[in-house]
Design a protein around this ligand. Structure first.
Ligand SMILES: [Zn+2]
Length: 308
């Protein structure tokens, strides 16, 4: 914990930009605890009892059990459905302007404060239980990033993760099974390329405002030089490290178990992992679709140096 509170490195960006991979690589650093997408703790962890990254259902994970005790005196002392409802009333992109102004409107502040207080307790408990100097949260949403300004007892840094919108759109068009559910089969959401391209543009414009002095990381740069990018992110999180023992080669990492709340299926992976660019779209995406994405994702494509 720094003088300003628990250090949190928040990864912002649109889904399918590589955030789970980067979150996992960061999480293997001594002194760092990766929690995956903490924003889903109330819904997917406490209410749906989905699997933790360790493979246990949420209520069977010893790590999260201890976090619940530290934060609230036990999960049975809080009402997750009520907190989820409150989250839905404050953690929305339409409230980002309200969160960014110095004087938050009183009516909104009354809704925001109790929720932000609960989130603050969570981060503090995670850092204490894990014995971590830095908590990595890959919740991604711009509104969740903006909300961190109002969370007491934390020192949050935001990195905006961007990936070529063609790759993002291609990934959203595929069918992927979710191993998270503890009852039956479920699939990750599929969304068409036009909607994804438009969303890519608006999310990135919003995140650029929210991150203020934080950093930008291109997924492609991470894949190209993962160790260099990892060091940069840790420095942004205020953590100076000498060795990164997770790198067993220039593009190879060894993954241990992380107690992640949500994320893509990679969060369950352990053992050696090759980091390589997921660029199937370059060969497989039809030209017309590619142009459609380029058009709708403009002008952030220029800002983040992506060719049409
Ligand atoms: Zn766990």
């Amino acid at each position: 914990m720094s003088a300003n509170g628990v250090r949190v490195l928040f990864i912002g960006g649109l889904g399918r930009s590589g955030s789970t991979l980067i979150d996992r690589v960061l999480g293997q650093t001594p002194g760092v605890c990766s929690v995956g997408e903490l924003v889903f703790l109330w819904e997917r962890g406490l209410l749906a009892n989905e699997r933790c990254g360790c493979g246990e259902p949420f209520d069977g994970c010893p790590f999260w059990k201890e976090v619940g005790v530290r934060a609230f005196g036990g999960w049975d002392r809080i009402d997750p459905a009520a907190i989820l409802a409150r989250q839905g009333r404050v953690d929305r992109n339409r409230y980002v302007p309200a969160m960014l102004v110095p004087a938050v409107a009183p009516a909104y502040r009354r809704r925001l404060e109790p929720y932000a207080e609960a989130v603050g307790r969570l981060y503090k408990a995670v850092a204490a239980v894990a014995g971590a100097a830095l908590v990595v949260d890959s919740s991604k949403h711009a509104s969740t990033a903006a909300l961190l300004r109002h969370v007491p007892g934390i020192d949050a840094r935001i990195v905006q993760l961007v990936r070529d919108p063609h790759g993002v759109a291609w990934s959203w068009s595929k069918t992927v099974e979710r191993p998270d559910a503890t009852d039956g089969v479920s699939l990750m959401a599929r969304v068409g390329p036009a909607r994804i391209a438009a969303r890519w543009q608006s999310y990135n414009a919003l995140l650029a405002l929210v991150r203020s002095s934080g950093g930008v990381l291109r997924y492609e740069d991470f894949v190209d030089r993962p160790e260099h990018a990892t060091r940069r992110l840790l420095a942004l999180g205020g953590l100076a490290v000498d060795a990164l023992p997770q790198f067993t080669g220039p593009r190879t990492v060894a993954l241990d178990v992380d107690h992640t709340v949500a994320g893509n299926p990679l969060r369950f992976r352990t053992g050696e992992l090759q980091i390589r660019a997921d660029d199937e779209w370059r060969r497989a995406m039809p030209r017309a679709r590619r142009l459609l994405v380029s058009t709708l994702a403009f002008p952030s494509t220029v800002r983040y140096r992506y060719a049409p």
